[in-house]
Design a protein around this ligand. Structure first.
Ligand SMILES: Cc1cc2nc3c(=O)[nH]c(=O)nc-3n(C[C@H](O)[C@H](O)[C@H](O)COP(=O)(O)OP(=O)(O)OC[C@H]3O[C@@H](n4cnc5c(N)ncnc54)[C@H](O)[C@@H]3O)c2cc1C
Ligand SMILES: NC(=O)c1ccc[n+]([C@@H]2O[C@H](COP(=O)([O-])OP(=O)(O)OC[C@H]3O[C@@H](n4cnc5c(N)ncnc54)[C@H](O)[C@@H]3O)[C@@H](O)[C@H]2O)c1
Length: 521
């Protein structure tokens, strides 16, 4: 990763140059390296190397923790067993969005007379996949390793395990062991992997997981997708457009069940219009494949069957904590790591163990994990220097937004963009709220954006506190609107003051004016 991304050029920009770590000015002066430290991952001797901070896992979150602890002047080492940049850079956010961007651009073009005709052709799947490969730097991490080096964070390649308080042993690829000791903190940022449900036949069919769905070299003729969450709807959108006939098997009766119900409804409509077969109440009971490469037969409860060339299971995640030595510090292997708002693991005494990102299960999103990394890194820095920790809500060392203002964009057609609480969540939390809905297609900027614009917006106003606690937009192009809502929710901007925030005419942002007019009656 480079601190300042180079101008984008195919084959030049490393994965993760897209901003996982903060941009910064001059490098932070590095403390003198103790004799036991090495700047390489090679096993130099058996003596433990001592650092101020050890980070296990160099995904986007581990990188950001390391960035912040180095900025605080603490010597820092990260341990990575695969690629520096983690799941997000190589098998999740970046490749999936590289696959989806042309799909969404084409859908937008098809809504514009004068352009629609030119946008009827199928996507050139080979070129889309080649661009995806560029965004993953062909699954090489030299760029991000270079970034670590540029900020004086050491890297040890291998599988890291806790071996006791402040101790980590790394099993290196050459069969050696590097022992590390932390003066101040060990941060677990080991992320997650795809969960597979226990089911007859699942071990024999070699199902696709999110890794295959983001790195496949060609579109299967028929793809069955199991799940109704974000991975399922995004990957159904991508592969249907890239040439597969997709069948989406949803065990419940709606998509995206953690977001406002109208989001799932509009996304289901969009998937169906794109040619995806969406089946609700489809509970998969068994899977079997004809030989090693034959078709997959998926048995649904009730007796129905679906046949496909590949089956993707997108049914959630499990933490990478099964083999990281949790038992040596009194924790249960395989568990999510519960943390306080500075990301200290609450069940481990002494305050030296932190967990950031997916592994703490607060919000399985890159941007939110990176935010936790920034806060935890700053808290570690303050504690190491004996400075006060600002842990009041919204303080400098706490990830308060995890509870109140987690934003998420789902890159489907239409897009979904949501932050904070849904109406149902706010009501369940006992809040006195007013829910305001508006048809996005009635906004001038939206109708200019594309003909027959279909979308909807909702804001949830806490009447006792006088500010928004949740906003959801669904419609083409709404992803870029979301940050305005995040600022309103995280900033607890009084709704009366929002009335003075004038959106430009004629943009889709005028939805704000319409929502506020409706609220005020
Ligand atoms: C298909 C898909 C698309 C997604 N799209 C988005 C999106 O658009 N936007 C978004 O915000 N989020 C998205 N996410 C979620 C996002 O990928 C995760 O929230 C993010 O990767 C979490 O970062 P992390 O650093 O916590 O973990 P990871 O990215 O999983 O990184 C953890 C790292 O730790 C390493 N590691 C694990 N165990 C060890 C060990 N014992 N020793 C050494 N190293 C170890 C791993 O090799 C890995 O490199 C998507 C997820 C999926 C599956
Ligand atoms: N654009 C984005 O921000 C983005 C994109 C992809 C993933 N992600 C993140 O990655 C995480 C993982 O995504 P995901 O879609 O795998 O998980 P998810 O938790 O979002 O959805 C899982 C879905 O699978 C269903 N399910 C669970 N067990 C099942 C079973 N046995 N059979 C059938 N269905 C089952 C659930 O009801 C749910 O609909 C999410 O938390 C998400 O936030 C984010």
């Amino acid at each position: 990763m480079t601190a300042r991304p180079p101008a984008r050029g195919i084959g030049v920009t490393p994965a993760g140059s897209w901003g996982h770590a903060a941009g910064r000015g001059a490098p932070v002066p590095r403390p003198a390296r103790p004799p036991s430290e090495s700047s390489t991952g090679a096993a130099v001797n058996d003596a433990p190397r001592t650092y101020d901070v050890i980070v296990i896992g160099a995904g986007p979150v581990g990188e950001n923790v390391a960035d912040r602890t180095r900025a605080a002047g603490l010597s820092t080492v990260v341990v990575e067993r695969e690629l520096v940049g983690g799941e997000c850079s190589y098998w999740a956010c970046m490749p999936s969005k590289a696959l989806l961007r042309p799909v969404i651009a084409r859908a937008d073009a098809r809504r514009l007379p004068g352009l629609a005709g030119a946008a009827q052709a199928p996507l050139d799947a080979a070129k889309v996949l080649a661009r995806r490969d560029e965004f993953t730097s062909h699954w090489k991490d030299d760029g991000q390793v270079g970034w670590l080096d540029s900020v004086d964070v050491d890297l040890v390649r291998g599988h890291g395990r806790l071996t006791g308080e402040r101790e980590v042993a790394v099993a290196t690829p050459d069969g050696g062991t590097v022992r590390l000791t932390a003066r101040h903190a060990v941060v677990v940022a080991t992320g997650t992997t795809a969960a597979l449900p226990p089911m007859p036949g699942i071990d024999d069919v070699n199902p696709w997981t999110s890794r295959d769905a983001t790195s496949a070299k060609e579109a299967p003729r028929r793809l069955a997708v199991v799940g109704g969450g974000v991975v399922a709807v995004e990957m159904a959108t991508a592969w249907q457009a890239l040439g597969s006939q997709v069948t989406l098997l949803v065990r419940g009766d709606r998509l995206l069940d953690r977001i406002e119900p109208f989001a799932g409804e509009l996304v289901a409509d969009g998937l169906r219009e794109a040619g995806v077969e969406v089946r609700f109440g489809a509970n998969v009971g068994s899977v079997e494949r004809d030989g090693a490469h034959g078709e997959v037969r998926i048995g649904l409860e009730g007796g129905a069957r679906v046949t496909a060339d590949e089956v993707l299971f997108a049914v959630g995640r499990r933490p990478h904590t099964g083999d990281i030595g949790l038992e040596t510090v009194g924790l249960k292997p395989g568990s999510w790591l519960e943390v306080d708002d500075t990301c200290q693991v609450t069940a481990v005494p002494g305050g030296w163990l932190y967990a950031c990102g997916d592994v703490n299960h607060r919000a399985l999103l890159t941007h939110q994990g990176k935010y936790q990394g920034r806060m935890a890194g700053a808290a570690i820095g303050a504690r190491a220097k004996g400075e006060p920790v600002d842990d009041a809500p919204w303080g400098a060392h706490v990830a308060t937004a995890d509870h109140a203002a987690v934003p998420q964009v789902v890159f489907t057609d239409p897009e979904v963009a949501a932050v904070g609480l849904s109406a149902a969540e706010a009501q369940q939390a006992g809040r006195n709220v007013k829910v305001v809905d508006y048809d996005l297609g009635q906004v001038a900027g939206a109708s200019l954006y594309g003909d027959d614009y279909r979308g909807r917006a909702r804001m949830v106003v806490d009447l006792d506190r006088g500010h928004l606690v949740g906003v959801t937009f669904v419609g083409p192009g709404v992803g870029e609107l979301l940050h305005s809502a995040t600022v309103a929710v995280a900033g607890e901007v009084p709704v009366d003051r929002l009335w003075h925030a004038v959106p430009s005419y004629p943009t889709v942002s005028e939805i704000w004016l319409r929502l506020l007019e409706t609220y005020r009656g």
